[in-house]
Every structure is written in C-alpha cells, then in structure tokens.
Write a protein that binds this ligand. Structure first.
Ligand SMILES: CC(C)(COP(=O)(O)OP(=O)(O)OC[C@H]1O[C@@H](n2cnc3c(N)ncnc32)[C@H](O)[C@@H]1OP(=O)(O)O)[C@@H](O)C(=O)NCCC(=O)NCCS
Length: 429
C-alpha cells in the first residue's frame, strides 16, 4: 500500500442518544456499538471484507469483555479476520479511536477502517468493597465449608455496600461537576450565561431534529432482544424548555453557592457512534463520496488541579498550526458541551491574551469564538453525552454541516477527564 494524501471520512452514523436508564436500560455498550457498526456498514455500502481494522472508544469498560472493538466484530457478522482494539481517553475516546485509525491509513498500513465509540451508563460495573472481594477470593481457595465461612469472619455490614464508579478525578477527588463549578467561579461565568447557553443547545437541537438535519447520521434502533420498542430520535432534547424553567433548577454540585444544574450539564447518556474511514485514493477509486477529510489533530493536557476542563484550549492552537490555518478560516465549530460553564470558560480562555502568555506560551490569544456560532445543531447538553461515543458524533456532524453549508473547514474540540483536550480540523473536499 502507498501512503495516502488524505484520510477521508466516508460517512458517520449513531444510534439515537437516550437518557441512561430509559430506552437502552437493558443494553450494554457492546450491544449499542454493534447496532451502530452493523448499520454503518450497511448504509455505507461497503463490502465488510474490505474493512481492515476496527478501533472503538469506551470509557467504562465491561469487566467481562473489555476489548469492545473485537467483540463488535465478532458480534456483527463482520469477517473474523478483522482485528480490533479499544481505546480509553475519557470523553475524547472516540476522537482517539478516529485519529488512531487515520494514522494507520496515513502510514499506508490500512486503507479502510471503522472507528467510533460506545457507552452505556445504564450498565456500569458495580463492584464489591475491597474487604469483601478479598474475602471472596480467600473463600474460593478454601477446601472446607468451615474455611470458606471463616474467610468472611472480618466482614462488617459496611463492606457489603456496592461500590459504583464515580465520575471523579483520581488526583483531585473532585467530580466533573465540582470541577466545572470551580471553573465557573474562577472565570466568573454567571448562572444566567450558563442557562442561556443550555437553552440554545436545546433550541438548536430541537430545530435541527425537526428540520431533518440528523437524518443522515441518526439510525433507528429496534431495541433487542424483544424488538418491540422502536427508537427513532434522541430523547433528551427539550424543545419546550425556557430560561425561566432552567433558572428554577437547583444547583447540583454545590448546593449552596453553585450555579451548575441538571439543566446546564450534559446528562448521563447511553449511545454509540461510528465512522467509516478510507484513504482518499481508495475512496475515489471505489466511487465513494466522502463527507469530509481529516486535516489535522492535536491532543493536550493541563494540570487537573488547575481548571480541569480547559484541555481544548491547549490542543486547539496546535491543531490549527498543524493544519496551517487560523481560527478565522474555520466555518463550522463543534465544541463538546460537558457543561455550559466549561464551554464558556474554554471560549473565555481562547480569547484571552493573558492566558495565551501565561498558560500557552504564546504572545497572542487563539482568537474570539462567538458562542452563537458554535454547535449550530445543539450539543451534548441537549443531545446527551455517551462518553465513549461523543467524539464520533461530533466529527460526523461537522462533516455533514460542511456539506450542507458549503464551508471549507470545520473544527472539533472535546474536553476530557484528567485535564485532557482534543482538537481536530476537518475539511470538505
Ligand atoms: C447533573 C446530573 C447529576 C443530573 O442528574 P439527574 O438529577 O438524574 O437529572 P434529571 O434529568 O433527573 O433532572 C433533574 C431535574 O431537572 C429537570 N431538568 C433537567 N433539564 C432540564 C431542562 N433543560 N429544562 C427544564 N428542566 C430540566 C428535570 O426535569 C428534573 O426535574 P424533576 O426532578 O422535577 O423531575 C447528571 O446529569 C450528571 O451527573 N451530569 C454530569 C455528567 C458528567 O459529569 N459528565 C462528564 C462530563 S465530561
């Protein structure tokens, strides 16, 4: 294989996103990933034998089948000769899956790869406490009934409490919500500004849905195993929400002084998304019409003890430089909305000369982003945020919006746990 000039995104597809515990309450991330990949292959009209690798993002893996990528291959009837691997980069996992797949193509090691991600926050592993797990392991090694029972001698009622994964930083101990609350306070992002941004996310997502803007990227799910329930659209969008309703919600992460509520946060969500990538040469030779091309990307990280969700500010200038572009050249911008406070904080830092000089080692700011111009079809606050899948949803949306608007360049940013950030520059034809 020769090295391609560019990596083409042939098309992208996602399941409708659903509030965790609703439509997909009984499905796993694997089930959702299989649905998205099987339908993507079908809709793209690609011969499955052409696929050379599958790379998938997943943040809360199943203890029993942690390599979800390979399980998707085996569970969708794709040829068993296709290898697959799973990546975890918190909320930027699908971005990492896509860029890893693209790198394989750039190197000429593959010309057709599926990448994406999946998450079920309805199906999280519930663990036993350390004491109880140790007692179970000790008991399993004992031969006599007395020995087995003896292993539980020191177990107290509190050891029997289930231990569920928390959306918290291991270093700071703060949850994502608490970290966003800290950012809102330090950057002076008001409750009203957050609620206005959340309202915009819902209004735009509702309009985009009504206008059929997601029809090329959203599949219908007939929910297994009974196949009685049909899910045709996202169930978290609130087209009827108002600023007044949002302003009445109580803060969740700092109940006394906080500004972050269920309304201006991304909700816990189930869903999957996938894209089909090809070398430009293969795409053209096979008659595919790509929806976009990956021009550049960058990942960066900041100190979690500073402002945890500012990673995109560090990744963005590098991705732009690698693309040979500036912010002014970009026509479509999609920023992942973990929290309204995070997006507004990212935008504030991107426009600040002080931040550029003190934190980024640059003389000039990245540039001003008009909040009105980003996320024209809504974002994760309204659509939902299945951690492992969001990056692939956003890449697909940017490509489709480039096609629709005729803009040449699109930008993706995603903040992620650990202080990380992703930025990708996409282009049309
Ligand atoms: C914020 C969070 C705790 C809220 O969870 P929740 O309490 O289950 O949320 P709900 O959907 O039940 O909403 C709570 C209330 O707000 C209301 N509400 C939520 N969004 C609303 C909106 N846009 N407009 C009006 N009301 C809204 C709900 O109707 C509900 O009201 P009720 O209690 O009268 O039924 C949860 O979504 C969360 O943890 N999000 C952050 C996830 C995260 O950290 N992600 C990582 C990002 S990188």
């Amino acid at each position: 294989m020769t090295q391609p000039s560019r990596v083409a995104i042939i098309r992208g597809l996602r399941t409708p996103f659903a509030k965790s515990g609703t439509h997909y309450a009984h499905l796993s991330a694997l089930d959702l990933g299989k649905l998205a990949v099987a339908e993507l292959v079908e809709r793209a009209g690609i011969d499955p034998a052409e696929v050379q690798e599958l790379v998938f993002g997943n943040v809360i893996p199943s203890v029993k089948a942690p390599n979800i990528a390979r399980e998707i291959i085996l569970g969708t009837g794709l040829p068993r000769k296709i290898p697959g691997y799973t990546v975890g980069k918190a909320c930027a996992s699908a971005n990492q899956a896509i860029t890893a797949a693209a790198d394989m193509i750039y190197r000429g090691y593959a010309d057709t790869v599926i990448a994406g991600g999946s998450e079920s926050l309805s199906d999280i592993p519930i663990l036993f406490s350390k004491n109880f797990s140790e007692a179970l392991v000790t008991a399993s090694k004992q031969k006599s009934v007395g020995g087995k029972l003896g292993a539980f001698r020191r177990i107290r009622p509190k050891d029997l409490a289930p231990d569920a994964p928390a959306i918290a930083e291991s270093t700071t101990g703060l949850t994502m919500g608490e970290s966003a609350e800290k950012m809102a306070k330090e950057n002076g992002i008001s409750r009203e500004a957050q609620d206005r941004f959340a309202l915009q996310s819902h209004t735009r997502a509702a309009k985009a849905t009504a206008d059929g803007r997601f029809k090329d990227e959203e599949m219908t799910v007939v929910v297994p195993p009974k196949f009685e329930q049909i899910v045709e659209t996202d169930n978290l969008i609130r087209g009827d929400t108002t600023l007044d309703a949002l302003s009445k919600l109580r803060p969740v992460f700092d109940r006394k002084y906080g500004t972050i509520t269920a309304g201006n946060s991304s909700p816990l969500t189930d869903g999957a998304a996938a894209v089909l990538l090809m070398s430009e040469e293969k795409a053209k030779a096979s008659g595919f019409k790509p929806i976009g091309f990956l021009k550049s990307y960058a990942y960066a990280a900041t100190d979690p003890f500073d402002q945890l969700l500012q990673g995109p500010v560090f990744a963005l200038p590098v991705a732009l430089e690698r693309a040979g572009l500036t912010l002014k050249d970009i026509g479509v911008i999609e920023m992942h909305e973990a929290f309204a406070a995070q997006v507004l904080s990212n935008i504030q830092w991107m426009g600040s000369k002080k931040i550029a000089q003190e934190k980024l080692g640059r003389s000039e700011p990245i540039g001003d982003i008009d909040p009105e111009k980003i996320n024209r079809t809504g974002g994760s606050i309204a659509l939902g945020h299945p951690f492992g899948a969001t990056g692939a949803r956003i890449v697909t949306t940017v490509c489709n919006e480039l096609q629709l608007t005729g803009e040449q360049y699109g930008l993706v940013t995603v903040c992620a746990a650990g202080g990380m950030g992703a930025a990708m520059v996409l282009e049309r034809e």
